[in-house]
Design a protein around this ligand. Sequence first.
Ligand code: FAD
Length: 285
Amino acid sequence: MKPASFVYHRAHDVVGAGRLLAELGDEAKLIAGGQSLVPMMNFRLARPRHLVDIGGLRELSYLRVDESGLHIGALTTHHEVETAAETAPGSGFELLRAAMGWVGHLPIRTRGTVGGSLAHGDATAEWCLLAVVLDAYVVAAKGDGTRRKIAAHELFLGFFSTSLEPGELIVEIVFPRAAPHAAIAEFALRRGDFAIVAALVTLELDGERLRGARIVLGGVSEMPQRVPAAEAVLVGEVTSELFATCADAAASAIDPPSDANGSADYRRELTRTLVAQACKEAASR
Ligand SMILES: Cc1cc2nc3c(=O)[nH]c(=O)nc-3n(C[C@H](O)[C@H](O)[C@H](O)COP(=O)(O)OP(=O)(O)OC[C@H]3O[C@@H](n4cnc5c(N)ncnc54)[C@H](O)[C@@H]3O)c2cc1C
């Protein structure tokens, strides 16, 4: 399939990209790595009249740690995070590198970008899940030079829908706190496919005692879903029984969809298994 015709524009900087978006209005779309947008255009699920290419903005490709946390530029590719040296994302952010191994195949990871994933807002995309479980925020910019922070829990509004305003582009994501005891567990039909269900867990551990946790699920609702009822279970001494109770609580708390990839009951069972697995792995780190 070939996309419908469009006019190509190359942005030379962030302000220029924002100005082009504002000028061209609803008929324009940004293109970064093109790994989600181009397939959608080929299937005619998206028919933008104008494409604003930000792929050349190398100043948006970085991983940097400072006192406010880990900053990752929007144009950083999944593969750049996956292969970052042990020290580059900073200790306590190993979950990011681990999660990248689950994103599509190598050619997708070498072109697909962090900002593109977040803006696309797929409920099973690893970056969307990471942003919520690690309590991150994105920085969005406009052509008039203004910037604002959007907390991850306010970014995702529903099915492929975000709170980005017209003319706004994501310039970076910031992870304010390290999460040394964290893990991801997923199940997909084939390696490289989007997960049917994904579970991400971070634990606050004080020796062998749990002081709190965050659990985020993908594939069970229209956006990344936290499960407070299951998180509340994870207090006290670390035991496999506690993790099993937490996994049961997560499976009971969700109302997943049924589709060609699996029924709601199947997704509930996957949730039970993957939450228990992620808890165990997170505790062992
Ligand atoms: C076969 C296949 C398997 C895949 N498997 C997975 C997977 O398992 N997990 C996963 O997470 N992803 C998967 N992907 C998607 C991949 O990760 C994409 O890279 C990612 O979703 C989008 O990033 P991109 O840079 O390619 O964005 P693009 O495709 O260029 O853009 C996607 C959307 O984001 C907008 N956009 C892009 N950059 C910005 C920005 N900085 N600010 C605001 N809006 C922006 C675009 O306008 C467009 O609407 C898969 C893709 C394919 C083709």
